[in-house]
Design a protein around this ligand. Structure first.
Ligand SMILES: Cc1cc2nc3c(=O)[nH]c(=O)nc-3n(C[C@H](O)[C@H](O)[C@H](O)COP(=O)(O)OP(=O)(O)OC[C@H]3O[C@@H](n4cnc5c(N)ncnc54)[C@H](O)[C@@H]3O)c2cc1C
Length: 541
C-alpha cells in the first residue's frame, strides 16, 4: 500500500530532516515542504503512521493504534488548511457495565450515564450527582478550549477577521478556563477519593484511564465521546492523506530507515546502514529517550553540553505511560449481531466489582518481587485482572461496513497493560504462553458476558503487546500517549506554554509528537508537529 520514495544519495543535504513518520512528523514535514523547504521525512517502518495505522488481515481491516479520532479544534482545521478532503463518519461510543449498556448520542446522554451508575450504586446517589455535575462543568470548559479552530493552523495575515471576531473574544475565556483546569491536575483516582466513598464506583468511572491521569483530562472524556470521528477506510486514511500532501509539495520520504545517530555539531543524522543525511534543522518526532541516547554531543561547547546533559537526565529518568494489550478477532458472524449490542466504539466492564486497590497493590508486589512469584500465582492474578477490568472494544465494520468481508466482523478488544510485567515474563522465557493465555482469558470473559456469539465463531485471532508496540514504534515502555503521569513531568504540561514544548537544548534540533507535551494524543501530536515547523519557518525569515 505504501511506497518508499527513492532519495538521491548523492545529494543528502536538506533544509530540514524530520525523524519519525507518525502524525507529528508527517504534519511537520508537510508544512515545511509547503513552505518550499527541501524536506526529508525518515521513518523506520515500511509504512508511515506510527500509532495511527490501519492494516488488512484476511480481508478484515483493523486499526493497530488509535481506534477513532478527536478533532480538538486541530484536525479539521489542519485538513481545511491543507485542502485535504477526508471522508469521515461519526464514531459513536457506548458504555456498558454487566448487562446494562447506554449508547451515547449527545450531551443529554449524560443523564443516561447518571441512571446507569445509579442502577448499580443506588446507595451512592448523591455522590453520583456530584460526579455528573463536575463532568457537566468540565464539558463547558471543553467547549471553550476547543471552541474555535486552532489559530496555529490559520493564516492570520490573510484572515484578520478571524483574529477580531474569534480569537479576541475567545482568548480571555480561554485563559480563565486554563486557570480552572490547571486546578484539576490531581490524579483522577485521588480526586474521586475525596468525595466518592465506594471504591467499585470509583473504578467504574476511572479504571479505563491511565494511572494518575489528571482529573480534568479523565473527566473531559464524556465530551470527547461525543466528538469521536472515523475516516472511512480507517484511521490510516489520515496518514495516507498527509503522505500524499508531502509528496505533492515536493517533500521526500525514506521508509525502512532507522536513525541510529544524531550529530548536532556536524548537522547530520546516521541510519542503521551508515547512510548519512545532512540537515540545517532537525525535527525529532519519535521517542525522546532514543534521541537523548543517540545524540553525540561531545564536540559541542561545554556550556551547551551541560544543558543537554541536564535535560537528558530528566528524560531518561522518566517512563512512558501505560501501554495496551489488544486482541484482534476475525469472526464468522455478521455485523448486525454486534450492532444489536453497542456502537462500534464500546467501553465495557463485565463486572461492577472493579479492579480495586487490592489489585493495584498485588500488581505492584508482583512487579517488584517478580522472581518470587510462581507461574500459577501470576496466572491467578491474570484471571482477576481480566475478569474485573474495563475493555475498549472497537468494531471497524460498525463504523464503515466495507472494513469487514460480507457476513463477517472484525473486533479489536484492548485493556491497559503494564509494560514491565510483559518484559519480566519475556525475560523469564514464557511470553508466548502468557500471551496465548491472556488471549484465551479475554475471549472467555467477553464471550461469557457481552458477546456469547464469539464462543465458536472466531476464525482467527492475534494480539499486540506492550513489547510489540515498543519494537514496532520504538516507543519507550510501549507508551502510547507519551509520558507516565507524575507530579513533575519531563516536558511542558501547561497549555499556555505549548508553544515552547517543541524546543530542545540541542542546537538546531526541535521535537514534536506525543513525547513533547503532556497529556498527549493525536491532536497534540499534530499540533506540536505544526509548532515545530513554524519555529523553523520563522527562523528562515
Ligand atoms: C490503542 C491506542 C489507543 C489510543 N487512543 C487515543 C485516543 O483515543 N485519543 C488520542 O488522541 N490518542 C490516542 N492514542 C495515542 C495516539 O495514537 C498517539 O499519541 C499519536 O498517534 C502519536 O503520534 P506521534 O507522531 O507523536 O508518534 P508515533 O505514532 O509513535 O510515531 C513515531 C514514529 O517514529 C518512528 N520511529 C521511531 N524511532 C525511529 C527512528 N530511530 N528512526 C526513524 N523512525 C523512527 C516510528 O516507527 C513511528 O512511526 C492511542 C494509541 C493507541 C495505541
Amino acid at each position: 500500500m505504501y511506497l518508499s520514495i527513492a532519495v538521491n544519495m548523492s545529494d543528502n543535504n536538506y533544509d530540514t530532516i524530520v525523524v519519525g513518520g507518525g502524525v507529528a512528523g508527517l504534519t511537520a514535514s508537510v508544512y515545511l515542504a509547503r513552505s518550499g523547504q527541501r524536506v526529508l521525512l525518515i521513518e523506520k517502518n515500511s509504512e508511515c503512521g506510527g500509532l495511527v495505522n490501519t492494516f488488512n488481515r484476511d480481508g478484515f481491516w483493523f486499526d493497530a493504534g488509535v481506534r477513532a479520532l478527536l478533532d480538538a479544534g486541530i484536525i479539521f482545521t489542519m485538513l481545511k488548511d491543507l485542502n485535504i478532503n477526508l471522508e469521515i463518519v461519526r464514531s459513536p461510543v457506548s458504555l456498558g457495565i454487566e448487562n446494562e449498556i447506554i449508547n451515547i448520542k449527545d450531551s443529554s446522554s449524560l443523564e443516561d450515564y447518571r441512571s446507569l451508575l445509579k442502577k448499580f450504586y443506588p446507595e451512592s446517589s448523591g455522590e453520583i450527582d456530584e460526579v455528573i455535575r463536575i463532568i457537566r462543568k468540565v464539558m463547558k470548559h471543553m467547549d471553550v478550549l476547543y471552541g474555535i479552530e486552532n489559530p496555529v493552523f490559520k493564516d492570520l495575515k490573510r484572515d484578520p477577521g478571524f483574529i477580531f471576531k474569534k480569537i479576541l473574544p475567545w482568548f480571555p475565556r480561554f485563559l480563565l478556563t486554563v486557570r480552572k483546569i490547571n486546578r484539576m491536575n490531581a490524579p483522577v483516582e485521588d480526586y474521586l477519593r475525596t468525595f466518592v466513598r465506594d471504591p467499585s464506583l470509583r473504578d467504574m468511572i476511572s479504571q479505563h484511564f491511565f494511572r494518575n491521569t489528571p482529573s480534568f483530562f479523565a473527566l473531559s472524556y464524556f465530551s470527547l465521546y461525543l466528538e469521536y470521528f472515523y475516516p472511512k477506510g480507517g484511521v490510516g486514511k489520515l496518514v495516507e492523506a498527509l503522505k500524499s500532501k508531502l509528496l505533492e509539495f515536493g517533500g521526500e520520504l525514506k521508509t525502512e530507515t532507522k536513525i541510529t545517530g544524531v550529530f548536532p555539531a556536524e548537522h547530520f543524522v546516521k541510519d542503521g546502514q551508515n547512510g548519512n543525511y545532512k540537515y540545517k534543522n532537525l525535527i525529532w518526532a519519535a521517542d525522546l529517550k532514543t534521541l537523548y541516547r543517540i545524540a553525540e554531543i561531545e564536540t559541542l561547547s561545554p556550556s551547551i553540553r551541560t544543558t543537554i546533559e541536564e535535560t537528558r537526565a530528566k528524560i531518561l529518568g522518566n517512563r512512558g505511560g501505560d501501554s495496551v494489550f489488544a486482541i484482534f478477532l476475525e469472526v464468522d458472524e455478521p455485523l448486525e449481531s454486534f450492532a444489536k449490542v453497542s456502537h462500534g466504539h464500546f467501553f465495557y466492564t463485565p463486572l461492577k466489582q472493579g479492579l480495586g486497590e487490592t489489585h493495584r497493590q498485588e500488581l505492584n508486589d508482583l512487579l517488584k518481587n517478580f522472581a518470587h512469584f510462581s507461574k500459577e500465582e501470576i496466572l491467578n492474578w491474570l484471571d482477576k485482572f481480566t475478569r474485573l477490568n474495563t475493555y475498549e472494544i472497537s468494531i471497524p465494520g460498525l463504523k464503515d461496513p466495507s472494513l469487514a468481508p460480507p457476513g463477517k466482523t472484525g473486533l479489536i478488544i484492548s485493556i491497559l497493560a503494564e509494560y514491565d510485567l510483559f518484559r519480566q515474563i519475556k525475560e523469564a522465557g514464557w511470553i508466548d504462553e502468557f500471551t496465548a493465555d491472556l488471549e484465551d482469558r479475554i475471549l472467555k470473559v467477553i464471550s461469557d458476558s457481552i458477546y456469547p456469539m464469539l464462543k465458536d465463531k472466531v476464525i482467527a485471532r492475534f494480539s499486540f503487546t506492550p513489547l510489540s508496540i515498543e519494537s514496532r514504534i520504538g516507543s519507550s515502555e510501549g507508551g502510547i500517549t507519551g509520558w507516565e503521569f507524575k507530579e513533575s513531568m519531563p516536558v511542558i504540561n501547561k497549555l499556555q506554554m505549548a508553544d515552547r514544548s517543541v524546543l530542545t537544548p540541542i542546537p538546531s534540533v526541535y521535537q514534536a509528537g506525543q513525547w513533547v507535551y503532556s497529556p498527549a494524543g493525536v491532536p497534540m501530536s499534530i499540533l506540536t508537529g505544526k509548532l515545530a515547523a513554524d519555529k523553523i519557518m520563522k527562523k528562515r525569515t
